[in-house]
Design a binder for this molecule. Structure first.
Ligand SMILES: NC(=O)c1ccc[n+]([C@@H]2O[C@H](COP(=O)([O-])OP(=O)(O)OC[C@H]3O[C@@H](n4cnc5c(N)ncnc54)[C@H](O)[C@@H]3O)[C@@H](O)[C@H]2O)c1
Length: 428
């Protein structure tokens, strides 16, 4: 059924937590694209076409009202005071020559002091942080930042995106199971159960702003936040940008399954030398990422349904901090598969990717689609955006969907559904 979607009028404030490699690449690239200095390659909202009911293809932005890149205003928080230009130079993703094309705009993006707790990212030592009496107080300060930014920049709407470091792993506890228990923990300053990222997420939702979790943090992936986002009519999305190695996994694993080929082992390793890699070098932070990366294969292969093929898959994931490579990650996958009569074969994948070059368009699409969802009156977990996430959020009654092609179908169906159109048949 066709949905009432408010038009994308006025300025869209995009407040990004963390002014590091992904966020500065997102900001610089968006500014370059809108001044004709580069193409937004990899972005679904900017480049993809979808087949409509009449079998004709249309650009996504001609189907639904996506905010114009010219209307975006960027803001940020970070534990370091560097502006977006200096942070981008430090990240060494885009060249100085490219960054200089949008230098004035980048220099003008100065991070607000961060809501940070060293215990949640021990490898980081910042200088630009808020002081607070409790997690609740910290959250109230972030709410004020959002309101002040909105007024100062004359924004019509705000989206908050977490592109900051991965926090340490914590399992879901009683404090996370209802809104009342989370609020109690924040007011009691339970710093073990309430992460800084939860303060940002709570503040965004309280201000009616969509929130996106680009890291694998527990954060909004808890019943308390699902409850709050529904109560406030706010869309939430996560977790963890699906940028490189997991993207490959969610393409290859469905292929094995659809061909009924067996898998006995999948070994994935990476070398990465940026600040993200340094934070993930701490075992507690790596654990958060490991859990996110490991969930994919079992979910796609369904060993319970196909024990002969996938009942005994040895799956291992490693991330190694290796400074010389900076943001240019190299990923290796060795996949042991077997076919007819159980005969073994091997596949090797060696992906020399650029982490933030892959993540920036995902971040842009998540921002623009979350803003669209809010204007279309959608709230709670946005499962249709699983396409962009390594560890798609889901409530306790549902399973996550990892297969990239099923996820893509979910995006297409949702966008067509918003304008009252159905799929065009098997040519979809
Ligand atoms: N690059 C990718 O392909 C990719 C893919 C999936 C997920 N991610 C995740 O995205 C996040 C960002 O990655 P990156 O490569 O830009 O990392 P980065 O280290 O370059 O940037 C992260 C920034 O966040 C800041 N920060 C940390 N804690 C903060 C807090 N509480 N408040 C405000 N700022 C804070 C850090 O100071 C740093 O500047 C990481 O969690 C990473 O795991 C990245």
């Amino acid at each position: 059924m066709k949905q009432e979607i408010k038009p994308a009028e006025g300025r869209l404030g995009v407040m990004v937590v963390g002014l590091g490699a992904v966020s500065t690449t997102l900001m610089a690239g968006t500014l370059m694209a809108r001044t004709g200095n580069g193409k937004p390659i990899g972005s679904i909202t900017q480049m993809a076409k979808i087949r409509m009911e009449d079998k004709k293809e249309k650009f996504v932005k001609d189907i639904v009202p996506i905010a114009n890149l010219n209307d975006i205003v960027f803001g940020s928080w970070d534990i370091f005071p560097d502006n977006a230009y200096d942070a981008a130079i430090h990240a060494e993703v885009l060249s100085e020559k490219d960054l200089n094309k949008v230098k004035d705009e980048l220099v003008a993006i100065k991070p607000l002091p961060a809501a940070f707790d060293h215990n949640w990212a021990k490898r980081l030592n910042g200088t630009h942080m808020k002081t607070s009496s409790s997690r609740w107080d910290l959250m109230e300060q972030i709410r004020k930042d959002i309101r002040d930014f909105k007024t100062a920049n004359n924004c019509n709407r705000i989206v908050v995106l977490w592109a900051a470091s991965t926090e340490i792993y914590i399992p879901m506890g009683d404090e996370h199971k209802s809104l009342a228990s989370l609020e109690k923990a924040m007011k009691e300053n339970n710093t073990k159960a309430v992460s800084p990222s939860m303060c940002y997420a709570y503040a965004a939702i309280a201000e009616g702003c969509p929130f996106i979790m680009g890291a694998p943090n527990l954060c909004v992936d808890i019943p308390a936040m699902w409850e709050f986002s529904k109560k406030m009519n706010v869309p939430i999305t996560g977790k963890d940008f699906k940028s490189g190695q997991t993207l490959m996994k969610t393409v290859l694993a469905p292929m094995f399954k659809i061909r009924m080929l067996g898998v006995s082992g999948w070994f994935s390793t990476n070398i990465l030398g940026n600040r993200d890699g340094e934070v993930l070098d701490d075992p507690d932070n790596f654990k958060t990422k490991e859990v996110s990366k490991l969930s994919v294969i079992d979910n796609i292969l369904e060993p319970d349904k196909y024990p002969d093929l996938y009942g005994n898959v040895y799956h291992k994931v490693r991330i190694n901090y290796y400074p010389p490579r900076k943001d240019n990650k190299e990923a290796w996958d060795n996949i042991d598969i077997f076919g007819w009569m159980g005969y073994p074969m091997q596949i090797k994948v060696n992906f020399l990717c650029r982490d933030s070059i892959l993540a920036a368009p995902i971040a842009l699409d998540l921002v623009l689609f979350s803003d669209l969802a809010k204007r279309a009156g959608m709230c709670g977990i946005q499962t249709w955006l699983s396409f962009f996430c390594k560890s798609p959020m889901h409530d306790l009654e549902h399973q996550p969907e990892h297969d990239l092609f099923t996820q893509w179908r979910m995006v297409k169906q949702t966008l067509r559904g918003m304008v009252g159109e159905k799929e065009p048949g098997y040519l979809d």
